[in-house]
Design a protein around this ligand. Structure first.
Ligand code: ATP
Ligand code: MG
Length: 396
């Protein structure tokens, strides 16, 4: 391409409408020079990275981008590998491949591998602008179509065994009972010890592990295929049958699963493990409502306080964190006891659930809801009271 062409393109055809997106351009030094990008008015969100066609792209550069234009040199094996490795790690990242002398079979292969589009090298300014604008438009259209985002609700526990799964299963069931829209999904993310499905009498063959293993192939259909159905229409994604090391899970994949679930259902309830990992924190940060289940024991309150402090240190704080005092004895069911516990905790305790071990135990053993054992119980009413925190009306 001659210099005169740049001059022509520079003024008229360089209209880039990136909105809030940032585009990362990854080109070798030679192609960067050929592209003469210094001749055009570069929007701020256009990030340039000069790298050999097979050199690894630094993670922090990828993290900044919402679209990547990536040079691929098919004759260099490491170049295609670089692209594939990036697809694996960031399956949702839109990629435009930039290639020299692209032939049809290669273009077809790349499209099959998930690139959004292909642009020829040396890069022409007009073509670059046109293709980037087009992909941005496609992405905007997709976002507009997927506006539905179900409410994300996280159930946490101060320490193991305080009743988080009992709360999560019953809360999700109460929501499902009342829902007349897209339904409710309970996802058991207690990957090592999850037993939510068992509490509901289900022995799921498929689990969250199948969604984690599906990598980039995951979509709404696949998500629905691993769902087990509870009696009242509740959808449950069970914990794996085998223990999964929680830190081995790819955080991006978990986020993708949750986003898909939110697109499918009106409420997504998460039963989370006691141990924190970066992905559990991200999920809690993304939640509209958080329930932290604790008991009124010194040990449980101390741990609950530590959990709240950790959330606070991650800038997760505020009124959407609801502490639930579980297994509260009738004689303690007075404001004063909850008040002093709240003071010790440094957070209000506005929700509590009565203690009734024989009833809860019977429900779990039989794999049914508490309601099925006893139609009217204090615990059932206490759990119904949680719905107001989610903006869901109850009849009473
Ligand atoms: N309100 C309640 N009254 C009496 N017993 C209860 C109550 N809630 C839960 N339990 C009992 O507490 C035990 C633990 O409950 P659950 O499995 O829901 O807790 P968890 O916090 O999810 O525990 P884990 O750490 O194992 O995941 C169960 O035996 C259950 O029967
Ligand atoms: Mg549990």
């Amino acid at each position: 391409m001659g210099v005169s062409e740049y001059i022509n393109f520079a003024s008229e055809e360089w209209v880039l409408d990136l909105k809030s997106r940032s585009v990362l351009l990854v080109l070798s030094e030679a192609e960067m020079t050929n592209a003469r990008l210094d001749a055009v008015d570069m929007p701020q969100q256009m990030l340039l990275s000069t790298l050999n066609p097979d050199a690894e792209i630094p993670a922090e550069q990828i993290a900044q981008a919402s679209l990547i234009l990536l040079e691929i040199k098919p004759e260099l094996p490491g170049s295609l590998q670089r692209f594939e490795a990036m697809r694996q790690l960031h399956p949702d990242m839109p990629v435009i491949a930039a290639i020299r002398n692209a032939d049809l079979p290669l273009v077809r292969t790349l499209l099959k591998k998930g690139v959004r589009d292909v642009v020829g090298l040396p890069l022409s300014h007009a073509e670059l602008a046109a293709i980037v604008n087009e992909v941005c438009e496609q992405l905007d259209a997709r976002v507009a179509k997927d506006v539905h985002q179900g409410q994300l609700i996280s159930v946490l526990k101060s320490i193991g065994g305080v009743g988080a799964t009992t709360v999560a299963t019953h809360l999700a069931s109460e929501l499902a009972e009342r829902n007349i829209g897209r339904g409710v999904c309970l996802i058991d993310l207690d990957l090592q010890f999850g037993n939510a499905a068992a509490y509901l009498g289900l022995s799921a063959q498929l689990s969250i592990a199948d969604l984690i293993a599906a990598g980039a192939r995951i979509d709404g259909e696949l998500l629905k295929s691993v769902v087990s159905k509870g009696d009242n229409g509740l959808n449950i994604i069970a914990a794996p049958i085998d223990i999964v090391p929680i830190e081995s899970v790819n955080p991006d994949q978990i986020m993708r699963i949750i986003e898909l679930a939110r697109a499918e259902y009106d409420h997504v309830v998460l039963d989370l493990p006691t141990n924190w990992t970066n992905w559990t924190l991200s999920l809690v940060a993304a939640s509209e409502a958080i329930f932290l289940v604790a008991e009124l024991s010194v040990a449980s309150l101390r741990q609950a306080k530590r959990q709240l402090q950790l959330l606070d240190s991650q800038n997760i704080a505020g009124a959407h964190i609801n502490v639930i005092a579980n297994r509260v004895e009738k004689r303690f069911f007075r404001a004063i006891d909850l008040d002093s516990a709240a003071q010790a905790l440094g957070h209000p305790i506005e929700l509590s659930i009565h203690n009734d071990y024989p009833l809860v135990r019977a429900a779990h053993d039989q794999g049914v809801l508490i309601r099925a054992i006893r139609a009217k119980s204090k615990i059932a009413r206490d759990i119904e009271n949680l719905l107001a925190r989610l903006g869901v009306e109850t009849e009473r």
